[in-house]
Design a protein around this ligand. Structure first.
Ligand SMILES: NC(=O)c1ccc[n+]([C@@H]2O[C@H](COP(=O)([O-])OP(=O)(O)OC[C@H]3O[C@@H](n4cnc5c(N)ncnc54)[C@H](O)[C@@H]3O)[C@@H](O)[C@H]2O)c1
Length: 331
């Protein structure tokens, strides 16, 4: 980590950015923000949900390219045809539970697929990629706040695959000068998260007038991160002239227990029928989630000028507003 400065200059004019997984939850938001500021986006993905198809209809600079990162020829063709200036690498099999259910496919897509992305970049002379990594690379947090130097002992296939991608990116940098910048982010929330997980399970239930009671997890402290902050951090890394490091935490900088998070849902959505019992957060009845905590934001602030704007209250208020306006407009 931190093996000298990367490129001296990156964003000088409008960019063309290839986003792997560009049709997904985070990829689409990156696409929205990039096109809003005048950049072009090639959304490379193996499956596009209706939200991505709608975005492509509304925004001519957001172009869909169907393809699979496990197929190198497919990727190289997209790079040769699209000629991107840079890459944001989101495509992955996401989540600890999926990774336990299917470890081979997680390594095939997350690691082999990432190697293909690096190879396609090397072969077509594209230098910078921002890779969406995860706080899962730390394994059990040994302290309440983790800097990027916290020991990295992931204990689930998902985190292991992401740490392997970080290391492989470093090898490509040493061998070929590829600039792979890894963003370790925590539990991202926004309307439309495609998998059931707090806090959106609680927010959605409360907004729909449904009950949500979790029998475990109240004591688990997690750095819930608002989508807008994640996107800002990733774009800061994409644009950065000379980032000193190749790995950055991107979070809110604060960990909130599930008990306090649920109390906030009840406060902001009166009548919410939601609760969480004390104890650790369990992935399954017998599998405890790693101990988590807050992500230290000092490095991202100093190097990238990134300052998170959404504490949990502000993030939840924004979530509730978006959810209600989407209900009204039927989108
Ligand atoms: N959502 C979070 O809380 C979170 C937290 C930390 C890190 N991340 C990372 O951010 C990235 C994006 O996550 P997300 O929440 O948007 O997930 P997502 O599942 O919505 O997006 C992933 C996208 O990758 C695509 N994809 C999967 N396999 C592919 C393949 N073989 N070829 C091409 N495309 C493929 C999927 O179709 C999907 O659109 C992932 O790398 C994830 O590990 C997410």
């Amino acid at each position: 980590m931190g093996r000298g400065p990367l490129a001296t200059s990156f964003k000088e004019t409008c960019l063309k950015v290839l986003i792997t997984g560009g049709g997904g939850f985070i990829g689409r938001e990156l696409g929205r923000r990039l096109t809003a500021r005048g950049d072009e986006v090639i959304a490379f993905d193996s499956a596009f949900p209706p939200e991505a198809l709608r975005l492509a209809e509304e925004t001519s600079q957001y172009r869909l390219v169907h393809g699979d990162i496990t197929d190198l020829a497919n990727l190289v063709a997209a790079f040769q045809e699209g000629k991107p200036d840079g890459v944001i690498h989101c495509a992955a099999i996401v989540g600890v539970l999926f990774s336990i259910a299917s470890p081979s496919s997680v390594f095939r897509v997350n690691l082999q697929g990432s190697i293909n992305v690096f190879e396609a970049m090397r072969l077509t002379d594209v230098r910078r990629v921002v890779h969406m990594s995860t706080e899962e690379v730390y394994g059990d947090f040994e302290r309440p706040v983790a800097t990027e130097e916290h020991p990295q002992r992931p204990n689930m296939p998902y985190g292991i695959s992401k740490l392997a991608v970080e290391h492989t990116g470093r090898t490509y940098r040493n061998l070929y000068g590829l600039e792979c910048i890894n963003m370790r982010t925590s539990w991202v929330y926004a309307v439309g998260l495609p998998r059931p997980r707090p806090p959106t399970t609680f927010l959605d239930a409360a907004l729909q007038g449904k009950a949500c009671h979790l029998a475990h997890g109240g004591d688990a402290a997690i750095d819930f991160t608002h989508m807008n902050d994640v996107v800002s951090g990733v774009l800061a890394a994409l644009d950065a002239k000379a980032p000193t490091h190749d790995v950055y935490n991107i979070g809110s900088g604060t960990a909130t227990t599930l008990a306090d998070m649920v109390a906030l849902v009840r406060e902001l959505i009166p009548g919410a029928d939601v609760s969480v019992a004390p104890g650790p957060y369990m992935f399954t009845p017998t599998l405890k989630a790693p101990t988590k905590g807050a992500l230290d934001m000092s490095r991202a602030r100093e190097d990238l000028g990134f300052v998170p704007r959404f504490d949990l209250r502000r993030g939840f208020e924004a979530y509730i507003e978006t959810w209600r306006s989407q209900q009204k407009s039927g989108s």
